[in-house]
Structures are given as structure tokens and as C-alpha cells.
Design a protein around this ligand. Structure first.
Ligand SMILES: [Zn+2]
Ligand SMILES: [Zn+2]
Length: 270
């Protein structure tokens, strides 16, 4: 059980280690009641290609970052409140296996584990944390989730007009509503998606039509009224933080993920 780790010295030490690995690039992570449940490396599907990222599962947040030096130094810290997270299974295909979606109102993406067992472990632990949190807070799971972006490489031509070929000049854009890769003219409209940003965001022409007619039908500001969810990514433009190439510390050999909450692993309990 995770609960018995709350006030353990081992937990405090592990959280301090995570903090020091992120150094100044990260937020303070030690909060009363917080437990580090597990950690490990997952492959995260980013805009251009899949990239190795270090993940830390706490009982209330999921944290990930770029690996600068394996097990020593990370940066580009992202923190996702687990209350907002919903996992969705992904079936294996030829290219990508052992994956699932991490979906929140403001951002959704796919991750992949090295093996089916690790995938199962990660998903079970994350789901357990979400369940416990929602039960304790009495809140409901978030229903609406941001679109998962189609990776650039999967769209040689615009997914809306099916004509425009992408080049250095004809750049790819992502619709913030459906995640499709579209050309500039097919995404020259903006629409307010309050869960993602306080500013109107780029949407494809198809989504723009759907959104505007839905807004007309409701004709009350209900859907677009501001909810005070986190307005990360308010720039509304490219998700560049995931795309840098500083990721040179990728481990060659595979380390198994560690989960500290697993019962009877007495070596972890102090
Ligand atoms: Zn187009
Ligand atoms: Zn769209």
C-alpha cells in the first residue's frame, strides 16, 4: 500500500532525489502527504517522433522530463495533476507496442513501455492513484480531453484538403480540437478552447464549422465560458518544449521501472 509510505524516510529521500535531479529546472516536489509511487523510462510520442522521457508517478501528480544524464540529471519538467488524467489503452500495431494514452483537458499524448508487463504495471498504478484521489476528494473524473496530436510524420499531405504537400515553406500545423495535421489555409481560423488556453487557438476548418454551429445552437456562453482550469500552453503555438534534441542521455540498456507501493518489498520500506 502506498499509504504506509507517506511518512517514511525512504519516501522523503526519494522525493528529495527527484528534486535534485531536476535542480533549478524543476518545481519543489516535497509536499505533505505526497508519495513517490514509481519511476521509470517511457517513450513519449512527441510532435516529430517518439522520445525517451523519465516519468515519476506520485500519488497526486505525474511528472516527466527530458533525460540529460540517466538517473542523475533531468530538465524540462512537466507536472500533470492526476485528478485530471484519464488513461486509454492503445492496441499494438506494427510500429508501436505497449502503449496507452495519457489524456487531460489541456494536453493528451501517447506513451509506450518496453514490455507488455511494464505497460500493465504503469497503467494499473496510475489508475489506482487516480481512483484513490477521486475517492478522497469526491470529485468526478474530467470528461472532456484535449486531442492527441497526429505526429508530423504520419501526414505527408494536409489531412483536411488532402492536397497541400508539406515543405519547409508549407509548414505543418495542428488543429487544437481534433489533433489533425493541416496546412495554413486549412487552419486559418481560431476558436476559444478554454480548457487549453485563454486565447483562441488554431483549429482546422472542419472543427471550426462544428464548433461555431454548436456555439450557435447553444447560443448561451455555456461552452466557452471560462473555467479556471490550468491555462498551460497559452502561447497557442507549437509545442516546442517537447521537441528539442538535447536528449543525449538515453539509456542504452533498459532499466526496469520501479514501483515503491508494491506490498512486501521490505527493502523499499526504509
Ligand atoms: Zn489543407
Ligand atoms: Zn480539427
Amino acid at each position: 500500500m502506498v499509504d504506509k509510505l507517506v511518512n517514511s524516510e525512504a519516501n522523503t529521500r526519494r522525493i528529495a532525489t527527484v528534486e535534485s535531479c531536476f535542480g533549478n529546472s524543476g518545481q519543489p516536489l516535497e509536499v505533505p502527504g505526497r508519495v513517490l509511487v514509481g519511476e521509470g523510462v517511457l517513450v513519449k510520442m512527441c510532435r516529430k517522433k517518439p522520445k525517451t522521457r523519465q516519468f515519476f508517478l506520485f500519488n497526486d501528480i505525474l511528472v516527466y522530463g527530458n533525460i540529460i544524464i540517466n538517473k542523475k540529471k533531468y530538465n524540462k519538467q512537466h507536472i500533470i495533476p492526476l485528478e485530471e488524467v484519464k488513461l486509454e489503452n492503445l492496441e499494438d500495431d506494427n510500429q508501436f507496442r505497449n502503449g496507452w494514452l495519457i489524456r487531460t483537458a489541456s494536453k493528451s499524448f501517447a506513451v509506450y513501455a518496453a514490455t507488455a508487463v511494464e505497460k500493465q504495471e504503469w497503467m494499473a498504478h496510475i489508475n489506482k492513484c487516480i481512483e484513490d484521489l477521486l475517492r478522497k476528494s469526491g470529485k468526478k473524473a474530467v470528461e472532456e480531453h484535449a486531442a492527441v496530436w497526429v505526429p508530423d510524420g504520419e501526414a505527408p499531405v494536409c489531412m483536411h484538403c488532402k492536397k497541400t504537400q508539406f515543405t519547409l515553406i508549407n509548414r505543418r500545423h495542428h488543429c487544437r480540437k481534433c489533433g489533425a495535421v493541416v496546412c495554413g489555409p486549412c487552419s486559418n481560423k481560431r476558436f476559444l478552447l478554454p480548457n487549453q488556453s485563454s486565447k483562441p487557438l488554431r483549429v482546422c476548418l472542419h472543427c471550426y464549422d462544428v464548433l461555431t454551429s454548436a456555439a450557435k445552437n447553444h447560443n448561451s456562453a455555456t461552452d466557452n465560458s471560462h473555467k479556471d482550469r490550468n491555462n498551460a500552453d497559452s502561447s497557442g503555438e507549437e509545442d516546442s518544449d517537447d521537441d528539442d534534441e538535447t536528449n543525449r542521455g538515453q539509456p542504452e540498456s533498459h532499466d526496469l521501472p520501479k514501483f515503491y507501493g508494491d506490498s512486501e518489498r521490505t527493502d523499499d520500506l526504509h
